[in-house]
Write a protein that binds this ligand. Structure first.
Ligand code: NAI
Ligand code: AKG
Length: 393
């Protein structure tokens, strides 16, 4: 028989010490400490608090793959369904040799909060496995073409126009909102971008189109500074030709770490987790940080950025443009009717702007930073559905 967690006395809850970071770089702990802060401010009831601190389901799988040479290799993969109360668990699969279960758990939780902060009818999940994308294999299993099951597909196969640019576009849109809120003009605002792949290069291009001056860019192979403004199209063309920024001549080469500490209006970390830590946070000189990557700032670095008065647009909001257009892709596939790129971008704009304003309003109301406010918006939306559907739904 199920115990009604809501009826337990509050003092039976052991809340972890929110100021204690066992491992600054453990992404799941980072997620949890932010979750705890928001849950406390929301005065979340004990039952829902406990439910939301744990993934619904975790699976470890062995995936057999027939290699090109005919040999069969078996790869380990993880799938974490963090929460499905708001809808099917959305979240891609990370293909990487270094995936860990803790990382997949954190990414699945972030997908839950990300989908909720932009109010998509999805829960959150993530997977990690080492092989090529699976849509053909999945379609083979179900005996028909299942376009709606995989998002980020080529447009010719049921993908959405605008998906490739969506995450970078979302970064540009929330940066625009943030600068307007802070009374800083977009035109002439200086920007540094770490990571020049899908998210970073598109964010740089779209911010430049809005009048910003991109003074620093970097990727795994090089970092460049140009106080007069980098020609972003030339940098994109360079990467297209050489597959990296190495050898780019449109700026002075600088140390890779220095991209994060340039004196700029806006810093866009769009490469990796855990790049802003207690070590370098005191040296960061940006006024606004737009987190294009998932988890670029450690939880222990948050208070340092707060003390410096840096306005951080948190990852679960800043990079939610990608999952939003993936949602649009799912909707279009289910209808079998596809929107023009202008319609996709307009609807993305509506969602990103409204979500930014929802978070900003709560941040003012509770006098908390944007990250805590974003978690509060998400957690309260997920918690509401648990209450409406019954606590165990
Ligand atoms: N692509 C998407 O739609 C979304 C991506 N994200 C997150 O954004 C981040 C970037 O994703 P993508 O742009 O799609 O990946 P990508 O693989 O296209 O680009 C990654 C970029 O980061 C650079 N990079 C890697 N290590 C670096 C280092 N040590 N220093 C500087 N640059 C480094 C790479 O050289 C590359 O330019 C990831 O954290 C990803 O999880 C989040 C939401 C959606
Ligand atoms: O739903 C998608 O397209 C993936 C989005 C994603 O991986 C993320 O937001 O971290």
């Amino acid at each position: 028989m199920a115990i009604d967690l809501l009826r337990l006395p509050t003092d039976s809850i052991v809340r972890p010490d929110k100021d204690r970071f066992l491992n600054e770089e453990n992404p799941f702990e980072a997620m949890m400490s932010r979750f705890d802060r928001a849950a406390e401010l929301l005065d979340l009831e004990p039952g829902i608090y406990k439910i939301l601190r744990n993934p619904e389901k975790q699976l470890t799988v062995s995936v057999p793959v027939m290699m090109d040479n005919g040999d069969v290799e078996v790869f380990t993969g993880y799938r974490v369904l963090y929460n499905t109360s708001r809808g099917p668990a959305k979240g891609g699969i990370r293909f990487d040799m270094n995936v860990t279960q803790e990382e997949v758990k954190a990414l699945a939780a972030w997908m839950t909060w990300k989908c909720a902060v932009v109010n998509l009818p999805f829960g959150g999940a993530k997977g990690g496995v080492i092989c090529d994308p699976l849509m053909d294999t999945y379609s083979m299993h179900v005996g028909r073409t299942e376009n709606a099951v995989v998002t980020g597909k080529p447009v010719e196969m049921g993908g959405s126009l605008g998906r490739r640019e969506a995450t970078g576009r979302g970064c540009m849109l929330v940066t625009k909102e943030a600068l307007e809120h802070l009374g800083m003009p977009m035109k002439g605002a200086t920007v540094a971008v770490q990571g020049f792949g899908n998210v970073g290069s598109v964010a740089a291009k779209l911010l430049a189109e809005q009048g910003c001056r991109i003074v620093g860019i970097s990727d795994r192979f090089g970092a460049f500074h140009n106080k007069n403004g980098i020609d972003v199209d030339a940098a994109i063309a360079h990467v297209k030709q050489h597959r990296s920024l190495e050898g780019f001549t449109g700026g002075d080469a600088i140390d890779a770490d220095d991209i994060l500490t340039l004196e700029v209006d806006v810093l866009v970390p769009a490469a990796l987790e855990n790049v802003i830590t207690t070590k370098n946070a005191p040296k960061i000189r940006a006024k606004v940080i737009c987190e294009g990557a998932n988890g670029p700032t450690t939880a222990a670095a948050d208070p340092i950025l707060d003390e410096k008065g840096i306005f951080v647009i948190p990852d679960i909001l800043a990079n939610a443009g990608g999952v939003t257009v993936s949602y649009f892709e799912w909707v279009q596939d289910r209808m079998g009717y596809f929107w023009s790129e202008a319609v996709v971008n307009e609807r993305l704009g509506d969602i990103m702007t409204r979500s930014f304003q929802d978070v900003l309003q709560l941040s003012k109301q509770h006098r908390v930073n944007m990250r805590t406010a974003a978690y509060m918006v998400s957690i309260s939306r997920v918690a509401t559905v648990h209450r409406l559907r019954g606590i165990y739904a």
